[in-house]
Write a protein that binds this ligand. Sequence first.
Ligand SMILES: Nc1nc2c(c(=O)[nH]1)N[C@H]1C(S)=C(S)[C@@H](COP(=O)(O)OP(=O)(O)OC[C@H]3O[C@@H](n4cnc5c(=O)[nH]c(N)nc54)[C@H](O)[C@@H]3O)O[C@H]1N2
Ligand SMILES: Nc1nc2c(c(=O)[nH]1)N[C@H]1C(S)=C(S)[C@@H](COP(=O)(O)OP(=O)(O)OC[C@H]3O[C@@H](n4cnc5c(=O)[nH]c(N)nc54)[C@H](O)[C@@H]3O)O[C@H]1N2
Ligand code: SF4
Ligand SMILES: [Mo]
Length: 748
Amino acid sequence: MSDRERLKLDRRDFIKTTVGAGLAAGIGLGVPKFVRAQEQDALPLNEESAKVVPSFCSVCSGNCAIEAYVQNGRVVHLKGNIHDQAATGRLCVKGYNALDTLYDPDRVKQPMKRTNPNKGPNEDPKFVEISWEEAIETVAEKFNEIREEYGGHAISFFHRSHPFSQRLGRAIGTPNFIAHQSTCFTTQEAAWHAMVTGSGKPWTYDLKNAKYILSFGCDLLGKAKNMHMQHVTEALRNGAKLVVLDPYQSITASKAHEWIPIKPGTDLAFTLAMIHVITEEELYDKEFVEKYTTGIEKVIPFARRYTPEWAEEITEVPADVIRKIAREFAQTPPAHIPSHKRDAAGPNYVNSTKLAQTQVLLNALVGTIDRPGGALIPRNPSLPGFNVIFPPPEFPDMVTKRIDGWDEEPIMHTYYRGNMATIADGILSEKPYPVKAALVRGYNTLTFPNAQRMTEAFRKLDFLVVCEIIPTELVQLADVVFPEPHWLETSGFANRGYNSSYPQLALRLPASEPLHNTKGFGSIILDLADKMGLGRYFEGVSGSKFDDERLKAIGTSWEEFKQLPNGLWGDEKALVPREEFNTPSGKIELYATVFEEHGFDPLPTWQPKREMPSEEYPFYFVINRPIVHKMAATQNNKIANELCPENHAVMNADKAAEMGIKDGDEVIVKSKVNEVRLKAKLIQGIRPDTVMIEHGFGHRSKALSLANGKGANDGDLIPDFTVEEFKKLRDPGAGACMSDVCLSIRKA
Ligand SMILES: Nc1nc2c(c(=O)[nH]1)N[C@H]1C(S)=C(S)[C@@H](COP(=O)(O)OP(=O)(O)OC[C@H]3O[C@@H](n4cnc5c(=O)[nH]c(N)nc54)[C@H](O)[C@@H]3O)O[C@H]1N2
Ligand SMILES: Nc1nc2c(c(=O)[nH]1)N[C@H]1C(S)=C(S)[C@@H](COP(=O)(O)OP(=O)(O)OC[C@H]3O[C@@H](n4cnc5c(=O)[nH]c(N)nc54)[C@H](O)[C@@H]3O)O[C@H]1N2
Ligand code: SF4
Ligand SMILES: [Mo]
């Protein structure tokens, strides 16, 4: 098919899928407005000259493969690559809108240095533009100074795992690498690690083949991921039943056959009672359990005490409803409980890891672990790691104790993660030692629990370096800013992030020329190492060699890869279900011996959430995120901002009437740590004792011209911890307890 023909098809497909996806998700966004907004970019399209460049989306970590339509050097349209097992020719709304971040006039365009030494919410940093050479030199000099005076561990790094930067950190001698996963999914990760994989949670689902999908807050249709949404939609089309427990009527709940507004933080009682019913009535898949699991003989007596009547008291869900759902779940194969990160089994409550344990257990009881209709352990190609390709020289000895206490996490310390709930206290209290500098990439102050306290922590540092693409709140606190390219300006390749049922890689070539004076993070690190006098740790290292060597290990090369006719590598393969799992016994361990070995509950004994409603704080707190936004990264995106400019305190309409609060009234929402001011939004679809706030809003950087001043940050209400307090939670998943706090609400 010629480009021209493809373009014609695109235009039709695009409108069709956009409308389809909108309706499937039940979003009341006003579809014509959305299509109109997109067409502004597509309108100048000249079908003769447009060229198609392969890429993959990096708005979220789904990596959906993309075809980017480029004309006169401008990217005018993005489309899902039909050959991708994840995107299957479609993108989600966040992916379609990515162009408006690429072309955001507010982007950081040039390295900058602060000239106003005062840092604060109302301080203009008075940035001056500098050359890359000066920027790198300034940071290298300052880092070396701090290293000499306080030791390498006084320098901290905040970013997702990155092999170049991790090696630089090792060479500098710092253990302080802080990442966000304890706010996102470490609770599920710990349960899967101990019970099934030995290496974290799989994110691939074969839900399109499920006949019964049971969600505990898992909002697959609303926002989770493009591919998950497609799977659930297809399952529904094929007659699957969808049951959603959620205190708030999420988009998935609004499309469910049954929505059960369970009391927040009590799902563990519900799942324990399900295990009770399924084991007492012997409804489980005996063949699967016998062949592939261990510990059923311990689960049966353990679950005897957790009757549906017991769970009714805790959850406010009638015992016969729990019984009915347990029976349906066990008797409608394939049935599955999916969980995608921030739902009830995510790091929201002190009992969330235990809930995740019960979910793995229930999925094993019905035989949908690594089986059609269930969760699949991803079939990614096996690519060699950085240290295999570039073996490191000897490193000097270093301090291993970390400022966030992650090194003391009995299980999770083996993962590249970090504790965003304790890091503010670590920096402010200087325990166990002072941290003087930080290099942050791809996180903002809004990423952290108790964002106000974290802002104080960042202000306390002597030296802050921020790598960004837009001028966030954290950029306003930086001493030096490194501007990075938008992903549409870069090249590379990636696994199918959240849908990998066979090995497949997507190619990325630059769809746009570099629009600004930016540098990729890998190059920044190599330059920094060189200027710091640590070049010997990186001999022969380059981004392109790394890519090339990894591809050679699977029988191709970057030269060959660049020529891929449809932007994807790897042929479809039939799924071969796993017979063995990566646990001490080689089976799925219903009784988690790995937890037992570390002094945690091998079976998920009931435990309530941490904070309960009181006279002072009578409301439960749940968080959500709108379908059009990615976290706090897209509020300045023109289209996303137009569709959803601000967040609200979402309340039950009857309850609000009782309190004299009307829709649109300004209210003060308060927790024990802070308060925020928001407009009330009144709906019927939420429990009267619960307030929902969407994450991502409350930007206060004046340089974000569209996002600034709109809404408030949910994270201001979330408590943080000292390392000592955190250890007392005794959570093997080290979850940050993001929703485990209660609120008051009053008219402003
Ligand atoms: N549009 C969009 N999609 C995204 C993202 C984004 O920013 N925007 N971010 C991506 C990322 S990184 C993540 S982590 C995920 C997050 O997406 P989700 O995992 O969906 O997390 P939240 O948006 O926080 O929504 C949590 C849901 O759990 C419900 N919930 C809260 N407490 C309880 C409880 O005690 N019991 C039950 N049963 N339900 C409860 C809430 O009401 C809400 O519906 O989304 C990913 N996809
Ligand atoms: N209060 C509260 N806090 C939360 C959550 C919540 O629900 N409520 N959710 C938690 C969850 S689940 C997650 S995953 C985290 C996510 O936390 P983050 O990863 O911090 O989320 P984002 O806001 O998407 O991204 C942060 C910044 O990365 C920048 N960025 C994007 N692309 C690039 C790039 O290529 N290079 C560089 N240098 N920067 C880039 C964006 O411009 C943005 O400012 O937040 C967690 N924190
Ligand atoms: S699911 Fe994530 S990767 Fe895929 S199109 Fe949406 S934002 Fe992009
Ligand atoms: Mo997340």
